[in-house]
Design a protein around this ligand. Structure first.
Ligand SMILES: C[S@@+](CC[C@H](N)C(=O)[O-])C[C@H]1O[C@@H](n2cnc3c(N)ncnc32)[C@H](O)[C@@H]1O
Length: 220
């Protein structure tokens, strides 16, 4: 029997130390080619203007921009310290003209209705105070026919997978954060129940070794 969720935060990753350590971890993951960029392209998010929710240090969105053509990105992030790092990283990629980071809460996305061709987010679902509202918000800002891809950890990953993740997660200062993120993550069954309550359908939830991936299309 999997233990109940333990809420990690409703304010995102805020402290300067945590943000710097998180940036180092994600930079290393980027360098090893471990980001979810392929999942996003595979989900059909490969053109036009996309939304990223909770970009953190922003490597995922920046890699998506690098691997797609003629695309641009707007991102909503709750943590000002993360936005600072994201902007620095965008300058390093020379993508400052293709991406905009806006401070805001995913529960009230600060963009117009029907604006985006696609939307994606990785690793932030377990931090949202009210996921149903966020899924509704993602739907609101997508154009009809727009695709979305939401990936995150899952709480019931196999103990060996958990051990493996802990071992490869560096720097080691981030490991307590990994443990609390897994404890706050959802099960596939919980997400399916939640989506049934807030979306009209048109989505798919996949169980992966390390997490879960939700893909879908806004009805046209
Ligand atoms: C675990 S990090 C994941 C960062 C990045 N997506 C990645 O894959 O590395 C979660 C990010 O979501 C942000 N976040 C959490 N709740 C949020 C919310 N309600 N609105 C906007 N951003 C949020 C956090 O501040 C943090 O930067």
């Amino acid at each position: 029997m999997t233990k109940p969720r333990v809420v990690e935060t409703a304010e995102g990753i805020q402290g300067d130390f945590d943000v710097r350590v998180y940036d180092r971890m994600m930079r290393r993951m980027r360098d090893k080619g471990w980001l979810q960029t392929r999942e996003i392209l595979k989900a059909g998010i490969d053109r036009g203007l996309a939304l990223e929710v909770g970009p953190g240090p922003a490597y995922l969105g920046l890699e998506w921009l690098k691997k797609s053509t003629g695309t641009s990105l707007k991102a909503v992030e709750i943590s000002p310290a993360m936005i600072e790092i994201a902007r620095r990283n965008a300058r390093e990629y020379a993508f400052s003209d293709r991406v905009e980071y806006v401070k805001g809460d995913a529960g009230k996305i600060p963009f117009d209705d029907n604006l985006f061709d696609g939307a994606f987010t990785n690793g932030s679902l377990h931090e949202w105070a009210d996921p149903k509202t966020v899924f509704n918000e993602i739907h609101r800002v997508l154009k009809p026919g727009g695709r979305y891809c939401v990936s995150d950890l899952r709480r019931d990953m196999h103990p060996l997978v958990k051990w493996f993740m802990r071992t490869v997660t560096k720097p080691k200062e981030i490991r307590p954060g990994l443990r609390s993120s897994i404890a706050a993550a959802y099960l596939v069954e919980e997400i399916e129940a939640l989506l049934q309550e807030c979306l009209p359908g048109g989505y798919r939830v996949e169980k992966k070794a390390m997490g879960l991936v939700i893909t879908g299309t806004k009805a046209g």
